[in-house]
Each structure stands twice: as structure tokens, then as C-alpha cells.
Design a protein around this ligand. Structure first.
Ligand code: IPM
Ligand code: MN
Length: 348
């Protein structure tokens, strides 16, 4: 029986609630499809920070490198630890350390879920660059607190970084409806974004079977609301992808349905899977968080590990539950009830 080693980082707030729910479903899938999950839970979180002065130990990355995959609930508890500290101490360093350069976020309406739009039949896969660009971490502040204070945050785009994310997007498009939309702002940002457009045109030559559109981020925001059914794969930079995927979450019915995978295609390092929603301190620990985004992210993890049938079965089970109206409206069902409904459908 194949055994997978999983590092679990439930993190903060509802991250804990939804990680428990996800592991219940993934373990049941393992029993059904003949694989086992050996998970180790790491308490790295804002609470951990308050005790230890760091979000994870100095050898945290090395520890994680021994696992087949990482599952993360959510990070952040801004009342006690500023987000700029917690996220730069845990989430963002993991994405960078393991070169998880492709952040994949699917946006479609699950059966029974009513989004805010009239459109029903959209199925978008957003591929967000995840290691550089606007999140490169290059910059600084001088003359702090003075009238002449200066702050810079430099977006860095490398040929290697842009090429690999564009190529990743084309591969996804090729396996789907063969259309890729590259999102930039090259009408205003004449160096990095013009460079991104050029690289997209170069890589496109390797994929003559995939049609390509170029859109600016502002126009894409409008398109995702007005005509999302015309979109297939979207590729965007780190910050643009971040913004578009919250919009994607909104049109698919809310953050409770938005799954994500931080992928490094090299199997010798772990990829990381996490729902897009954050820690939601206001509803933490109340058994009311929707676990569907988290369970879907868990299915993406199984898919990445090669357990395609189990991943598909979990998605089918999620939709069997939502088709009955379970978990489709905020506050309608408890975390436990939604999890039980998914489990029941999986085991049926
Ligand atoms: C996300 C989140 C993170 C990001 C934050 C919490 C740093 O918004 O995963 O979408 O911007 O990447
Ligand atoms: Mn985000």
C-alpha cells in the first residue's frame, strides 16, 4: 500500500477547524482507494510565535523537506501578531523555499451553489506566479518617521521565473479547453509587463494548439464579472493573481469554495495545499467555517501525489453534498455537518 508523509500546519483560526475536517475526508479516501496517510502536525502559528518569538523553528524548512506534501490551514491573527510578521515567517517562506512557483486556483460553481452572477457555466483555472514579481521581498525604508521618508517595494521578474509560469499555464490549457489568457498591465508598466508579454509570445510558439489572449488586469476584473464563461486558463503575476483569485472566489460563491495548490513540479520537494480563505478570527473555533475549500485543496493534494481517482471521488462527493444544498449558504450548516455529508457521499 502506498504511504504518503504529510506535514500538517493547521495554523491559526479556522485553519485548525478546516484542517481537521479535511484530514477526516482524506483518510476515508485512503481507506477506500488503498493508500495511507502518515501525518505529522506542526503547531506553527501566531500562538507559537508568542511563545517562541518565531513562526517556525530555524530548521522548519529542512523539517518540511522530508515530507511528500504540506497541508496548511491558514496563517494570521493580526490582533496579536502583525500579518507582515506572521505571513513572512511561515506561509511566504515555504512557497519560496520549495520553489512552489505555480499557485493553482480553480474557480467554478459547484452544483447547487448560487454565485452572485447570472453566468452559470464558467470553469476558470487561475495560475498565479508564486515566488517573485511584486512579492519578491526586495525593497526597504529609509528616514523612517521623517518627512523625507522613502519606501520601495521592487517587483522583480526573471526570465526563468516568467518562462516557467507561462509554460505551466500552457500545459494546463493544453489539458483543458486550449485557451490561455495572460494578464498584465503592459500599457502602464513598460518594463516588467512588456517583458512578460514578450516571454508569453515566445513560449506560445511551442503551443500552436493553444490560443492566447493578452488582457490588462483592469479589463480582466470586468471580464470575470461580465463574461467569465469565455475564460479557460488565466496566467498572472503574483499580486495580480492574488487579486484575481479573490474575485474568482467571489464569483464562485465565496471564499468557502476557493481551493488552492502551491506547486513545485519537481517531485523531490514538497508542494503545499491550502484553502484561499484566511484564518477568519471572528468565526474561529465555532464549528461554522465552511470546510469545502479546504477539502477541495486536500483533493488537489491527492491529485498531485498521483491519487487521481481518490481526488476525483472527493470532488464528486463534495458536489453530491452541495447539490443537496449542504454548505451552499453561509452559516446554514456546521463544519461538522458539511464534513459528514461529504464523508457520507464518499463512502456511499
Ligand atoms: C493568498 C493570501 C496571501 C497572499 C497573503 C495572506 C499573504 O492572500 O494566499 O491569496 O497574498 O498570497
Ligand atoms: Mn489572497
Amino acid at each position: 500500500m502506498t504511504a504518503y508523509k504529510l506535514a500538517l500546519i493547521p495554523g491559526d483560526g479556522i485553519g485548525v477547524d478546516v484542517t481537521d475536517a479535511t484530514m477526516e475526508v482524506l483518510s476515508a479516501a485512503g481507506r477506500e482507494f488503498g493508500f495511507s496517510l502518515h501525518s505529522e502536525t506542526f503547531p506553527w502559528s501566531c500562538e507559537y510565535y508568542l511563545e517562541h518569538g518565531e513562526m517556525m523553528p530555524a530548521d522548519g524548512i529542512e523539517t518540511l523537506s522530508k515530507f511528500d506534501a504540506i497541508y496548511l490551514g491558514a496563517v494570521g491573527w493580526p490582533d496579536t501578531v502583525p500579518d507582515s510578521v506572521s505571513l513572512h515567517g511561515l506561509l511566504l517562506p515555504i512557497r519560496k523555499a520549495f520553489t512552489q512557483y505555480a499557485n493553482i486556483r480553480p474557480h467554478r460553481l459547484l452544483s447547487g451553489v448560487e454565485g452572485p452572477l447570472k453566468a452559470e457555466g464558467f470553469d476558470i483555472l487561475c495560475i498565479r506566479e508564486n515566488t517573485e514579481g511584486e512579492y519578491s521581498g526586495a525593497g526597504g525604508r529609509v528616514h523612517q518617521g521623517k518627512d523625507n521618508e522613502v519606501a520601495t517595494e521592487v517587483a522583480i521578474f526573471t526570465r526563468a521565473g516568467v518562462e516557467r509560469i507561462i509554460r505551466f499555464g500552457f500545459e494546463q490549457a493544453r489539458a483543458r479547453r486550449k485557451h490561455l489568457t495572460s494578464v498584465t498591465k503592459s500599457n502602464a508598466q513598460k518594463y516588467s509587463m512588456v517583458f512578460w508579454d514578450e516571454v508569453t509570445r515566445e513560449v506560445a510558439k511551442e503551443y500552436p494548439d493553444v490560443s492566447v489572449s493578452h488582457m490588462h488586469i483592469d479589463a480582466m476584473c470586468a471580464k470575470m464579472v461580465m463574461a467569465p464563461e469565455q475564460l479557460d486558463v488565466i496566467v498572472a503575476s503574483n499580486l495580480f493573481g492574488d487579486i484575481l483569485t479573490d474575485l474568482g472566489a467571489a464569483i464562485q460563491g465565496g471564499l468557502g469554495f476557493a481551493a488552492s495548490a502551491n506547486i513545485c513540479p519537481d517531485p523531490s520537494v514538497p508542494s503545499m495545499f491550502e484553502p484561499v480563505h484566511g484564518s477568519a478570527p471572528d468565526i474561529a473555533g465555532q464549528n461554522i467555517a465552511n470546510p469545502i475549500a479546504a477539502i477541495w485543496s486536500g483533493a488537489m493534494m491527492l491529485d498531485h501525489l498521483g491519487e487521481k481517482d481518490a481526488a476525483t471521488a472527493i470532488l464528486t462527493a463534495i458536489e453530491a453534498a452541495t447539490a443537496k444544498g449542504i454548505g451552499t449558504r453561509p452559516g446554514q450548516n456546521s463544519t461538522d455537518d458539511i464534513t459528514s455529508a461529504v464523508l457520507a457521499a464518499l463512502e456511499a
